[in-house]
Design a protein around this ligand. Sequence first.
Ligand code: SF4
Length: 392
Amino acid sequence: MWMRMRVGIYVQVPFCQTRCTYCNFHTGVVSSSRFAPYVEAICKEIRNHRELYTANRVTLPATFTDAVVDSVYIGGGTPSLLDAEHLQRVIDAIRENFATDLMEVTLEADPETVEERKAAAWVRAGINRVSFGVQSFSDRELAAAGRMHRRADVYRAVPILRDAGMANISFDLIAGLPHQTMESWRHSLDELATLAPEHVSVYLLEVDEGSRLGAEVLRGGTRYSAAELPSDDEMAEFYEMACAFLQFAGYHHYEISNWGKPGLESRHNLKYWRREPYLGFGAGAHSFSGTERWANAHDPAAYVDVVQRGGLPVEQHEVLTIAAALEEELFLGLRQLDGIDLGRIEREYGVTLAGRFEPLASAGLVERTGSVVRLAPTKLSVSNEVFVELLG
Ligand code: SF4
């Protein structure tokens, strides 16, 4: 049976209430008076996307003509800071300008921003999944990281969302925050299990020199609890503990950093790892057509200005070579616990890859079953080293 192409839409809202110490994202703390013009610009970009792509020499494949949008992800930043009416306008603009079958509409939210009136309006707007930046259930760790919320905010917010009818909630946790210990990490996992989210993401803290925490680590200082960071070995142990704990709690580990209750894996995020198409709107948003990648300008003020003047927000545009696409297949494929079907890759790209994986298999870094190759279960916590071996 002929299937219409399924496409995801990502909407970037680069505003936050404060700046977390470890953050290196292109986000900023701005007056709420900036929200409405920003939302207007996104709606305009959505309405005019085809003309804007043509002007930027982005070529959408013919299959996009009758593509169906089945997932929307509103991320940031902290998009739950926006008025619910703003979010409704964005989702309405998507519905009015694309064929839609919105199976999954995710809003990233920080726990302290959740209110009853907002939660009810989110559900009315069509949002059916909330991704919470919980990060930790330890107030000491949250305070050191510069987070706005505390443990009690999570316990307050989840029942509000459930009462509003939000059936799909995801929690983000960060392994490696300053002051984190094996005991406090285990405690965060226990508290997560008490609240029983449908989905969990566990990220290993990357201390980037572009963050305040990273700069402090580089200069050997103690601000932001920089001297209290767990070691790499401890972080790997936190990750291993999360793998065992979440498996026991009934979550399906489907991507290095992601677990879902069976059938509730993130439909939208799977598109990134499976190299399925998605369109991004807003400052700094990235898009992928299957053969081309492009990204908008990062600065929100510049983005609003250029869109309102009818200009072109796209700042980077790349037509992927076969070699670049193949590298992506390997890198993104290995991130998924199902692994890579080398037979499919060899058919689609006309290459033979078995030899490339042999040294990794001999070193115990990957496992092979028939034509499928996947990361060895004991090497998930050091996946970056495996990727360097494979692609380096
Ligand atoms: S909430 Fe997220 S995007 Fe905002 S400052 Fe913190 S880490 Fe950065």
